[in-house]
Design a protein around this ligand. Structure first.
Ligand code: SAJ
Length: 419
């Protein structure tokens, strides 16, 4: 059987590789020629994929990529793994999902299974995808099968990967659910959990990530309150984590980055409006998380003032641009608004990040610098924004004039300022 994967990013490429390793012929579809050429040259560009696997699968002809969507005629099953970003008004932008569904409708044949994996608002599969596919004159549940199955790819996670992470599947009909679950069971080794509809599967994914967003917001609010009360919030959280049931620790930080956690809850908020419901908790959590960059800059000002210095004209060394440790992704990174605010207050900042060589801030590009003793000595304040393992924390604590540690790294027990 031949399986298609539409979208060859951090979700689609690992899935395409796993399906090819399971013995299927796999055709990867992507509108970006660059990705198509890299795959066909066996050149890996996704951290979670083992380069040798990709090379071998391409050489053996099990896996190929194309931007010619007419090859959809050849596939028996398709997974849609394209981005579902928000626009600046936090409204879902479904253009990639819509164009993929249209391309499938123009080329698909009887009996094809289509599964949407992209994170989206509840109702997308039934209200948006199904009508587009039925325009081809085929009946869902009879002539073709349609389901939703959320991706649970956690880039860089060494324990959980595409193959072993449990998968939730919800079909438009019970036949759709069965066909989709059977396909996933033939590829994955984790449990495949069937639910009664695509909406249940769409909603459970949003619960997963909204749960995370809101609990991080609670940790952030605790950090703000503990700072005002002179209590060490990290010590509080570690103490609470001794409770063996009913609690799991989340930690405060400089804000919420990435393309999942800060984004996903807004799909719920947006869809809830259609039902005249206001997701108060989600919106309040978002406000707290979005306020952390301001809080960080406020703390920088306080720390400098304690030394009789102003933020204006101060030299600030910012360690870390990526949205979380040991990755090179700085999408939605809270460090970006922190840098903008430092500029607004007239501070001179330099950014260091061994994983992010250069980054775009509004309309300019900035190169990150190599961390040196010199840079530490010249800075009035060193801010640890991302706790990359590669930073030399001994050197930082030895040469930095002042430190504001937003990630409670190893040096924070030396009495430095922290969140
Ligand atoms: N963060 C905190 N405090 C925390 C945890 C995270 O401030 O206690 C911040 C991080 O610094 C980062 C942002 O939140 O800026 C998101 O971090 P994340 O650890 O949630 O990492 P992501 O964005 O890569 O989230 C992915 C998600 N995976 C999927 O959506 C499939 C998420 O569902 C996973 O739970 C998460 O990885 C994970 O557990 O690592």
């Amino acid at each position: 059987a031949t399986i298609g994967v539409v979208g060859l990013g951090y979700v689609g490429l690992p899935l395409a590789v796993e399906k090819a390793k399971a013995g299927y012929n796999v055709i990867g579809f992507d509108v970006q020629e660059e990705k198509v050429n890299k795959v066909n040259n066996g050149e890996n560009y996704i951290g979670d994929v083992i380069p040798a696997d990709l090379e071998e699968l391409v050489q053996s002809g099990k896996l190929k990529a194309t931007s010619d969507y007419s090859f959809i005629k050849e596939v028996d099953a398709l997974a849609i793994c394209v981005p579902t970003p928000l626009d600046i008004y936090k409204q879902p932008n479904m253009k990639y999902v819509e164009s993929s569904a249209k391309a499938i409708a123009e080329n698909f044949t009887k009996g094809t299974l289509v599964v949407l994996e992209s994170t989206t608002y509840p109702g997308t599969t039934e209200e948006l995808i199904k009508p587009i596919l039925e325009e081809a004159g085929l009946t869902c549940g009879k002539d073709f099968f349609l389901a939703y199955s959320p991706e649970r790819v956690d880039p860089g996670n060494k324990d959980f990967n595409t193959k072993n992470t449990p998968k939730v599947v919800g079909g438009m009909t019970s036949a759709c659910t069965k066909v989709a679950a059977t396909m996933y069971r033939s590829v994955l080794e984790g449990d495949v959990h069937e639910v009664s509809s695509p909406a249940v599967a769409e909603m459970e994914k949003l619960l997963e990530n909204t749960f995370r967003n809101i609990n991080i917001a609670l940790a952030n609010e605790m950090a703000i309150l503990c700072n005002k009360m002179g209590i060490d919030v990290w010590e509080v959280i570690d103490a609470a984590a001794t409770k063996p049931y009913g609690f799991m620790p989340f930690y405060p930080g400089p804000g919420l980055g990435g393309h999942c956690i800060p984004i996903d809850p807004w799909y719920l908020t947006w869809k809830a409006r259609e039902y005249n419901y206001h997701t108060k908790l989600i919106e309040t959590a978002g406000e707290i998380n979005d306020s952390m960059p301001d809080f960080v800059v406020q703390r920088c000002m306080e720390i400098l003032n304690e030394q009789g210095k102003a933020l204006k004209g101060a030299k600030i060394l910012v360690l870390g641009v990526a949205y979380k440790k040991d990755i090179d992704d700085y999408r939605e990174s809270p460090v970006l608004p922190i840098l903008n605010k430092l500029t607004e207050f007239g501070a001179d900042w330099i950014a260091v990040d061994p994983h992010v060589k250069e980054f775009r801030l509004d309309n300019s590009f900035y190169a990150t610098k190599e961390l040196t003793e010199q840079l530490l000595e010249n800075a009035d304040l060193t801010v640890i924004a991302t706790n990359h393992s590669g930073f030399n924390y001994e050197m930082i604590s030895e040469y930095a004039k002042a430190i504001f540690d937003t990630r409670n790294t190893t040096i924070s027990n030396k009495g430095y300022n922290k969140l």
